[in-house]
Design a protein around this ligand. Structure first.
Ligand SMILES: C[S@@+](CC[C@H](N)C(=O)[O-])C[C@H]1O[C@@H](n2cnc3c(N)ncnc32)[C@H](O)[C@@H]1O
Length: 231
């Protein structure tokens, strides 16, 4: 999905304002921190985006690797966390070159929908190789086939109202509808999976998995899966 890739490498208005971005990344970092198994753990956030609160994860882990395909995003991360020796920005090919069984936790939030099935299969194989036995993979914000943009709009408005940026969200939604994001979502679409299909995909890649009761992000109609390398 090369057009999605170039979309993320350019300025976009997915976050309706600075507060939205701050609340979003803070919540994601807190949730990732909650999955960190021990203070020395090596953590990979794959498709991390700007990850502006990754220091919260680093505070409870040994090392946090932030991988994003967009060079501009990696540059911003490297600059933001230059003074934090526990945080490193990596390109996807650098992740592929990591030694086997070298990571304790891998999280990919809001990534699977922007990949083709073949791209996701390749990543699942890489993650399986990189996790230690007993390690954890969390794949979150997976979109089921019957969940469309209306569900996203309602979820965003609820989230915005609860976090004090409702007005900005209304303006932002109008902007998004006519933005490059809106056009790409209409033309390229996003990749969707039924729960059973995603569970089967994880099993085929060598994981034993469960769907968690709550999605990691604010849209409760989307799905989060936790998986471990199968014995
Ligand atoms: C919707 S954003 C999610 C960001 C972040 N995980 C979050 O929770 O907000 C998707 C991110 O995945 C990145 N991405 C897309 N394809 C990727 C790939 N194959 N490998 C690594 N990152 C990728 C994009 O550049 C973008 O920053």
């Amino acid at each position: 999905m090369s057009d999605w890739r170039s979309f993320w490498d350019n300025a976009h208005s997915i976050y309706v304002n600075a507060r939205h971005k701050d609340v979003h990344y803070r919540e994601i970092a807190e949730q990732i921190a909650g999955f960190v198994p021990h203070p020395g753990a090596r953590v990979l956030d794959h498709g991390c985006g700007e990850a502006i609160h990754a220091d919260k994860v680093a505070a409870v882990a040994g090392e946090v690797l932030l991988c994003d395909a967009a060079p501009s995003v990696r540059r911003a991360i490297a600059a933001r966390f230059a003074a934090n020796p526990r945080i490193r920005a990596l390109a996807p090919e650098e992740v592929e070159a990591l030694p086997p069984a070298s990571l304790d936790l891998i999280v990919a939030n809001s990534l699977a929908q922007y990949l083709t099935e073949a791209e996701l299969d390749r990543l699942l194989a890489a993650w399986r190789r990189l996790l230690v036995p007993g390690g954890t993979l969390v794949v979150a914000d997976v979109i089921p086939p019957d969940v469309g943009p209306v569900s996203d709009v309602i979820a965003l408005l609820r989230y915005a109202a609860a976090n004090g940026f409702l007005l900005a969200a209304l303006v932002g939604l109008a902007r998004t509808a006519t933005s490059r994001y809106g056009r790409l979502r209409k033309t390229l679409g996003v990749t969707r999976y039924a729960e059973s299909a995603f569970m089967a995909k994880l099993a085929a890649a060598g994981f034993s998995a469960e769907r968690l009761p709550r999605n990691m992000e604010h849209n409760p109609a989307r799905m989060t899966f936790r998986a471990r390398p199968a014995d």
